[in-house]
Design a protein around this ligand. Structure first.
Ligand SMILES: Cc1cc2nc3c(=O)[nH]c(=O)nc-3n(C[C@H](O)[C@H](O)[C@H](O)COP(=O)(O)OP(=O)(O)OC[C@H]3O[C@@H](n4cnc5c(N)ncnc54)[C@H](O)[C@@H]3O)c2cc1C
Length: 517
């Protein structure tokens, strides 16, 4: 997947069937769906793929136990089906995970046990493991650090776990394999309209500064919390449809949460859900739900959010962590849909919302990572109608995500590459310099940096250390230490000078600051 080849294809085409704005889970899913149906498709992302919310999730592939408590059974069933499709079509990027819900009151074990058994039953053939009631000893065996004062057993259930940003990169590659053009660092600046109908986009390549007019039969706005910006390009008076809510995660060393089992607290004292999920060599703890007024590209955690997670981690586990134990913090914005009255609405699911404006702009937002495929299918079905495209069936239920392989790598850092791991091994064999570790505390090598730049469209140090490799999310200080070596190698491949390197390192240092308390 090369940016120069993508730009060449952009310059050759006169008109596209579909233009997609936004390169997060939703937009990339749409590009895969449309291209695999045979529609000519182009996608523009203004930063990096999954640079927004899609790299900052709890990393769960789940039906949503919370929706079950709200009685939203159809939604849970739909997400459970999608969970099984992700595990089937991307086994290198996702896996089954055991979660334990500890019980501190006699009735909790039965109350949550019945609910989670129902969750399991709802999955039907898509089930991935039986929910079970656990004794106190079994809970301690799985979560040795669980607070055991008044612990009275618990429940074990299964859900999925994945690496969100790596999944997105492999989705971009899947879309490209299906014939789509996918471009990062390509902001959409304006919509092109003719007789009040949306006919295309004005875009700029942020790297070269060159601008283009793109003609498309249908335009899909898949910009997550930014959908209102695009909607207002067509209708400046639009009241907007999204009200963002912030969620943060703390990343801690594994010693504070040893083992492979995840923890779920369904209802903290103030009614929130808390997860502690093993991820690579760390544990991810979160999340929060804080309404915010402004949408920042790099949202920052609030002190109250950090304190909330630390307090509850210490409360439910035999731990005494403080701010100095945090290795990284990542903050994401949920696009919560305010209203469905913005134009002509086709509410295809209560989870995500699709709105078609009078000028034909298709906006999709809400939903979750797990349901990206279904969201994409619904959006493309709308685009076929709006763009008067020849109707073709969706094929993504059985479409493997790039890298799918039966032989997964043993080295954990290479598993997510799937079949691409062989290319990284080859780079290491050919050039001893690429065998060097990026950081002494992490297994990743310089060959992964080479792969990121040459095959995965990484343009900045952040793209490599935050999303191609997840070091920024796993350990912000180590990522900062690794940055100069990464910048040096990137400068060679991208033909950049000392000035570029310095700018990159200053920018990255600023980013790291926001990932620490
Ligand atoms: C804290 C938190 C935890 C979550 N945990 C989970 C979980 O465990 N499991 C799960 O299934 N879901 C989870 N979700 C939900 C999931 O992460 C989101 O639903 C999903 O990532 C949204 O993807 P998106 O593509 O719609 O939005 P985004 O990822 O935000 O992508 C939109 C993209 O549009 C781009 N864009 C904006 N304007 C323009 C423009 N003018 N031109 C070009 N591009 C533009 C942005 O740069 C951005 O990259 C979580 C969400 C949050 C906030």
């Amino acid at each position: 997947m090369r940016r120069s080849e993508m730009i060449e294809a952009l310059e050759k085409s006169q008109e596209w069937d579909l233009a997609v704005i936004g390169g997060g889970a939703t937009g990339l899913g749409i590009a895969i769906d449309a291209a695999s149906r045979g529609y000519s498709t182009i996608l523009f992302e203004r930063n990096d793929f999954a640079g927004g919310t899609s790299s900052r999730s709890t990393k769960l592939v789940h039906g949503g136990v919370r929706y079950l408590a709200q009685g939203n059974i159809r939604l849970v069933k739909e997400a459970l089906k999608e969970r099984s499709l992700i595990l089937k079509n991307a086994p290198h990027l996702s896996r089954k995970q055991l979660f334990v819900v500890p019980s501190y009151r006699w009735w909790e074990k039965w109350y949550y046990g019945i609910g989670l058994t129902f969750y399991d039953l709802l999955a039907g053939k898509a089930g991935i493991g039986k929910t079970r009631i656990m004794s106190t000893n079994a809970v301690i065996q799985h979560i040795p650090v669980a607070e055991n004062h008044s612990l009275s057993g618990g429940i074990g259930y299964f859900d999925g776990q994945f690496d969100d940003a790596r999944f997105a990169i492999n989705m971009a590659k899947t879309a490209a394999e299906q014939g789509a053009v996918v471009l990062n660092y390509f902001p959409v600046k304006e919509l092109i309209t003719e007789k009040k109908k949306v006919r295309g986009l004005k875009v700029t390549d942020s790297i070269s500064g060159k601008s283009y007019d793109i003609a498309a039969k249908a335009v899909i706005n898949a910009t997550g919390v930014y959908v209102d910006e695009i909607i207002r390009m067509e209708d400046p008076a639009s009241p907007g449809m999204v009200s963002p809510s912030q969620g943060i995660h703390l990343v801690l060393e594994k010693k504070f949460f040893p083992g492979d089992t995840a923890l779920m607290i369904p209802k903290t004292a103030d009614g929130r859900v808390l997860f502690a999920v093993p991820w690579y060599n760390r544990v991810v703890v979160g999340t929060t739900d804080t309404p915010v007024d402004t949408v920042l590209t790099e949202p920052l955690p609030f002190r109250e959010e950090i304190s909330f997670i630390i307090y509850h981690f210490n409360k439910y586990l035999n731990a005494d962590i403080g701010e100095s134990d945090i290795r990284s913090i990542f903050t994401g914005l949920r696009p919560l849909v305010k209203t469905s009255n913005t134009g002509k609405t086709a509410m295809l699911s209560r989870d995500h919302t699709i709105v078609v404006s009078t000028g034909g702009l298709i906006t999709i937002t809400g939903g979750k990572w797990t349901t990206y495929r279904k969201m994409a299918k619904d959006a493309v079905d709308n685009a076929v109608f709006v763009g008067k495209l020849k109707s073709r069936l969706c094929v993504t239920e059985n479409l493997k995500i790039h890298g799918w392989t039966e032989e997964t790598e043993n080295a954990e850092q290479l598993k997510v590459y799937g079949s691409d791991a062989a290319a990284i091994r080859l780079l290491e064999e050919k050039d001893p310099a690429l065998r060097q570790k990026i950081h002494p505390q992490f297994p990743d090598t310089m060959a992964q940096v080479a792969q990121a730049v040459n095959e995965e469209m990484a343009m900045h140090v952040e793209d490599v250390l935050a999303r191609r490799i997840r070091m920024l999310f796993l350990d912000a200080k180590f990522a900062l230490e690794a940055a100069p070596a990464v910048a040096d190698l990137m400068a060679v491949y991208l033909n950049k000078d000392e000035n570029w390197k310095q700018k990159e390192l200053t920018q990255f240092a600023r980013l790291v600051k926001g990932c620490l308390p």
